[in-house]
Design a binder for this molecule. Structure first.
Ligand code: SF4
Length: 237
Protein backbone atom coordinates (compact mmCIF):
# COMPACT_ATOMS: atom_id res chain seq x y z
CA UNK A 1 0.00 0.00 0.00
CA UNK A 2 1.44 3.42 -0.92
CA UNK A 3 1.65 6.33 1.49
CA UNK A 4 -1.40 8.05 0.04
CA UNK A 5 -3.61 5.00 0.53
CA UNK A 6 -2.21 4.37 4.00
CA UNK A 7 -3.05 7.91 5.01
CA UNK A 8 -6.63 7.69 3.77
CA UNK A 9 -7.17 4.35 5.46
CA UNK A 10 -5.81 5.82 8.70
CA UNK A 11 -8.33 8.63 8.41
CA UNK A 12 -11.16 6.19 7.79
CA UNK A 13 -10.10 4.01 10.72
CA UNK A 14 -10.02 7.11 12.86
CA UNK A 15 -13.49 7.95 11.58
CA UNK A 16 -14.82 4.52 12.48
CA UNK A 17 -13.19 4.61 15.90
CA UNK A 18 -14.71 8.00 16.58
CA UNK A 19 -18.05 6.26 16.74
CA UNK A 20 -19.90 7.75 13.80
CA UNK A 21 -21.24 4.31 13.02
CA UNK A 22 -24.71 4.88 11.74
CA UNK A 23 -25.13 3.36 8.29
CA UNK A 24 -27.80 3.88 5.66
CA UNK A 25 -29.46 1.42 3.37
CA UNK A 26 -29.39 2.13 -0.39
CA UNK A 27 -32.61 4.10 0.05
CA UNK A 28 -31.08 6.33 2.66
CA UNK A 29 -32.99 4.77 5.55
CA UNK A 30 -31.06 3.91 8.70
CA UNK A 31 -29.95 0.28 8.92
CA UNK A 32 -31.66 -1.78 11.62
CA UNK A 33 -28.24 -3.24 12.58
CA UNK A 34 -26.98 0.10 13.80
CA UNK A 35 -27.26 1.39 17.35
CA UNK A 36 -29.99 3.89 18.03
CA UNK A 37 -28.69 7.42 18.05
CA UNK A 38 -29.97 10.60 19.60
CA UNK A 39 -31.68 11.78 16.46
CA UNK A 40 -28.67 13.77 15.34
CA UNK A 41 -26.88 10.86 13.65
CA UNK A 42 -23.85 11.37 15.88
CA UNK A 43 -23.24 8.65 18.39
CA UNK A 44 -19.91 8.53 20.28
CA UNK A 45 -18.63 11.40 18.17
CA UNK A 46 -20.49 13.68 20.58
CA UNK A 47 -17.64 13.37 23.05
CA UNK A 48 -15.09 14.89 20.66
CA UNK A 49 -14.51 18.57 21.44
CA UNK A 50 -14.90 21.34 18.89
CA UNK A 51 -11.17 21.98 19.06
CA UNK A 52 -10.42 18.34 18.31
CA UNK A 53 -12.87 18.33 15.43
CA UNK A 54 -11.19 21.46 14.00
CA UNK A 55 -7.85 19.65 14.18
CA UNK A 56 -9.19 16.53 12.52
CA UNK A 57 -10.91 18.60 9.84
CA UNK A 58 -7.64 20.40 9.08
CA UNK A 59 -5.95 17.02 8.68
CA UNK A 60 -8.69 15.90 6.34
CA UNK A 61 -8.39 19.07 4.24
CA UNK A 62 -4.64 18.49 3.93
CA UNK A 63 -5.24 14.87 2.87
CA UNK A 64 -7.73 15.98 0.20
CA UNK A 65 -5.37 18.64 -1.15
CA UNK A 66 -2.66 16.05 -1.77
CA UNK A 67 -4.92 13.12 -2.69
CA UNK A 68 -4.25 10.98 -5.76
CA UNK A 69 -6.77 8.24 -5.08
CA UNK A 70 -8.52 8.59 -8.44
CA UNK A 71 -7.60 9.75 -11.96
CA UNK A 72 -9.04 13.24 -11.40
CA UNK A 73 -5.88 14.07 -9.44
CA UNK A 74 -3.95 14.03 -12.73
CA UNK A 75 -6.11 16.68 -14.39
CA UNK A 76 -6.91 19.05 -11.52
CA UNK A 77 -5.09 22.24 -10.71
CA UNK A 78 -6.29 22.39 -7.12
CA UNK A 79 -8.44 20.06 -5.06
CA UNK A 80 -11.43 21.75 -3.43
CA UNK A 81 -12.10 20.30 0.04
CA UNK A 82 -14.86 22.67 1.18
CA UNK A 83 -15.44 25.77 3.25
CA UNK A 84 -17.63 26.89 6.13
CA UNK A 85 -18.13 26.57 9.86
CA UNK A 86 -18.36 23.70 12.34
CA UNK A 87 -21.87 22.82 13.55
CA UNK A 88 -23.59 24.60 10.65
CA UNK A 89 -27.31 24.70 10.20
CA UNK A 90 -26.80 23.38 6.67
CA UNK A 91 -24.14 21.54 4.66
CA UNK A 92 -24.53 22.21 0.93
CA UNK A 93 -23.28 19.38 -1.29
CA UNK A 94 -22.71 19.87 -5.02
CA UNK A 95 -21.35 17.33 -7.46
CA UNK A 96 -17.84 18.62 -8.18
CA UNK A 97 -15.69 21.72 -8.71
CA UNK A 98 -15.87 23.75 -11.92
CA UNK A 99 -13.18 25.81 -13.63
CA UNK A 100 -13.24 28.74 -11.15
CA UNK A 101 -13.15 26.36 -8.21
CA UNK A 102 -10.31 24.36 -9.73
CA UNK A 103 -8.34 27.58 -10.16
CA UNK A 104 -8.98 28.96 -6.65
CA UNK A 105 -9.34 25.81 -4.53
CA UNK A 106 -12.63 27.19 -3.13
CA UNK A 107 -16.11 25.68 -3.68
CA UNK A 108 -18.87 27.54 -5.53
CA UNK A 109 -17.02 30.75 -6.36
CA UNK A 110 -18.07 31.27 -10.00
CA UNK A 111 -21.36 32.69 -11.26
CA UNK A 112 -23.27 29.66 -10.00
CA UNK A 113 -21.55 30.03 -6.62
CA UNK A 114 -22.59 33.67 -6.32
CA UNK A 115 -26.13 32.61 -7.15
CA UNK A 116 -25.96 29.90 -4.48
CA UNK A 117 -24.82 32.51 -1.93
CA UNK A 118 -27.97 34.52 -2.75
CA UNK A 119 -30.14 31.44 -2.18
CA UNK A 120 -28.51 30.92 1.20
CA UNK A 121 -28.81 34.57 2.12
CA UNK A 122 -32.56 34.40 1.35
CA UNK A 123 -33.00 31.90 4.20
CA UNK A 124 -30.48 33.62 6.49
CA UNK A 125 -27.55 31.30 5.81
CA UNK A 126 -23.98 32.03 4.72
CA UNK A 127 -20.74 30.13 4.41
CA UNK A 128 -19.14 32.55 6.89
CA UNK A 129 -21.82 32.25 9.56
CA UNK A 130 -23.82 29.02 9.59
CA UNK A 131 -23.22 26.86 6.50
CA UNK A 132 -20.59 24.50 5.13
CA UNK A 133 -20.17 23.98 1.36
CA UNK A 134 -18.54 21.02 -0.36
CA UNK A 135 -18.93 18.54 -3.22
CA UNK A 136 -19.24 14.81 -3.85
CA UNK A 137 -15.85 14.78 -5.64
CA UNK A 138 -13.19 17.25 -4.60
CA UNK A 139 -11.38 17.53 -7.95
CA UNK A 140 -12.73 18.91 -11.21
CA UNK A 141 -13.89 16.38 -13.82
CA UNK A 142 -12.59 17.38 -17.28
CA UNK A 143 -14.99 19.59 -19.28
CA UNK A 144 -17.29 19.58 -16.24
CA UNK A 145 -18.57 16.11 -17.09
CA UNK A 146 -20.42 14.12 -14.43
CA UNK A 147 -18.03 12.39 -12.01
CA UNK A 148 -17.70 8.70 -12.89
CA UNK A 149 -18.85 6.00 -10.44
CA UNK A 150 -15.25 5.02 -9.62
CA UNK A 151 -14.32 8.63 -8.92
CA UNK A 152 -17.35 9.09 -6.68
CA UNK A 153 -16.60 5.87 -4.84
CA UNK A 154 -12.98 6.89 -4.26
CA UNK A 155 -13.95 10.29 -2.91
CA UNK A 156 -17.05 9.56 -0.83
CA UNK A 157 -15.12 8.61 2.38
CA UNK A 158 -13.93 12.23 2.51
CA UNK A 159 -17.50 13.50 2.41
CA UNK A 160 -18.61 11.01 5.05
CA UNK A 161 -15.79 12.11 7.29
CA UNK A 162 -16.62 15.77 6.71
CA UNK A 163 -20.25 15.20 7.71
CA UNK A 164 -19.15 13.37 10.87
CA UNK A 165 -16.77 16.17 11.88
CA UNK A 166 -18.74 19.21 10.75
CA UNK A 167 -22.10 17.92 12.11
CA UNK A 168 -24.63 19.81 10.00
CA UNK A 169 -28.18 20.06 11.28
CA UNK A 170 -29.48 19.52 7.71
CA UNK A 171 -28.08 18.84 4.23
CA UNK A 172 -28.98 20.54 0.95
CA UNK A 173 -27.89 18.69 -2.18
CA UNK A 174 -27.74 20.76 -5.36
CA UNK A 175 -27.97 18.94 -8.67
CA UNK A 176 -28.94 15.47 -9.81
CA UNK A 177 -25.67 13.66 -9.05
CA UNK A 178 -25.28 14.81 -5.46
CA UNK A 179 -29.00 14.27 -4.86
CA UNK A 180 -28.80 10.70 -6.10
CA UNK A 181 -25.62 9.88 -4.17
CA UNK A 182 -26.68 11.38 -0.84
CA UNK A 183 -30.36 10.36 -0.98
CA UNK A 184 -29.47 6.92 -2.35
CA UNK A 185 -32.26 7.08 -4.93
CA UNK A 186 -31.68 6.73 -8.67
CA UNK A 187 -34.35 9.03 -10.04
CA UNK A 188 -34.87 12.38 -11.73
CA UNK A 189 -34.26 15.72 -10.04
CA UNK A 190 -37.98 16.45 -10.24
CA UNK A 191 -38.76 13.28 -8.29
CA UNK A 192 -35.88 13.66 -5.82
CA UNK A 193 -37.10 17.01 -4.55
CA UNK A 194 -40.56 15.72 -3.68
CA UNK A 195 -39.56 14.44 -0.24
CA UNK A 196 -37.11 14.86 2.60
CA UNK A 197 -34.54 12.07 2.99
CA UNK A 198 -32.24 11.07 5.84
CA UNK A 199 -28.50 10.62 5.57
CA UNK A 200 -27.14 9.04 8.74
CA UNK A 201 -29.83 10.71 10.75
CA UNK A 202 -29.41 14.12 9.09
CA UNK A 203 -32.42 15.41 7.09
CA UNK A 204 -31.66 16.00 3.39
CA UNK A 205 -33.42 18.33 0.95
CA UNK A 206 -32.53 17.91 -2.72
CA UNK A 207 -32.87 20.75 -5.20
CA UNK A 208 -31.60 21.88 -8.59
CA UNK A 209 -28.03 23.03 -9.22
CA UNK A 210 -27.63 26.83 -9.43
CA UNK A 211 -26.15 26.42 -12.95
CA UNK A 212 -29.35 24.71 -14.08
CA UNK A 213 -31.45 27.52 -12.65
CA UNK A 214 -29.27 30.13 -14.39
CA UNK A 215 -30.05 28.32 -17.65
CA UNK A 216 -33.75 27.85 -16.91
CA UNK A 217 -35.49 30.54 -14.87
CA UNK A 218 -38.67 28.48 -14.48
CA UNK A 219 -36.76 26.43 -11.89
CA UNK A 220 -36.54 29.40 -9.53
CA UNK A 221 -39.94 28.75 -7.99
CA UNK A 222 -39.34 25.06 -7.15
CA UNK A 223 -35.93 25.98 -5.71
CA UNK A 224 -37.54 28.60 -3.49
CA UNK A 225 -40.06 26.01 -2.26
CA UNK A 226 -37.16 23.65 -1.45
CA UNK A 227 -35.25 26.38 0.38
CA UNK A 228 -38.27 27.24 2.51
CA UNK A 229 -38.67 23.56 3.43
CA UNK A 230 -34.98 23.43 4.34
CA UNK A 231 -35.31 26.49 6.56
CA UNK A 232 -38.35 24.98 8.27
CA UNK A 233 -36.35 21.82 9.00
CA UNK A 234 -33.52 23.88 10.51
CA UNK A 235 -35.92 25.88 12.64
CA UNK A 236 -37.66 22.75 13.94
CA UNK A 237 -34.53 20.72 14.70
S1 SF4 B 1 -11.61 13.44 -6.62
FE1 SF4 B 1 -11.41 12.79 -4.47
S2 SF4 B 1 -10.54 10.72 -4.56
FE2 SF4 B 1 -10.19 11.68 -6.57
S3 SF4 B 1 -8.13 12.59 -6.39
FE3 SF4 B 1 -9.61 14.18 -5.86
S4 SF4 B 1 -9.77 14.10 -3.62
FE4 SF4 B 1 -8.83 12.18 -4.31
Amino acid sequence: MDTQHEHLYTLIEDYLRSGYRRRTTPTGAPSSEEPADTGTGHVDDRIVTGEERERRLSELVAAIRSCNMCPLSAVRNRAVPGVGVLDPLVMVIGEGPGADEDRTGQPFVGRAGQFLDKWLEAIDLSREKNAYITNIVKCRPPQNRDPLPDEREACIPYLERQIALVRPRAILTVGRISGRVVCGVDTSMGELRKQTYQYRGVPVVATYHPSAVLRNETLKRPVWEDLKRLRDICDRS
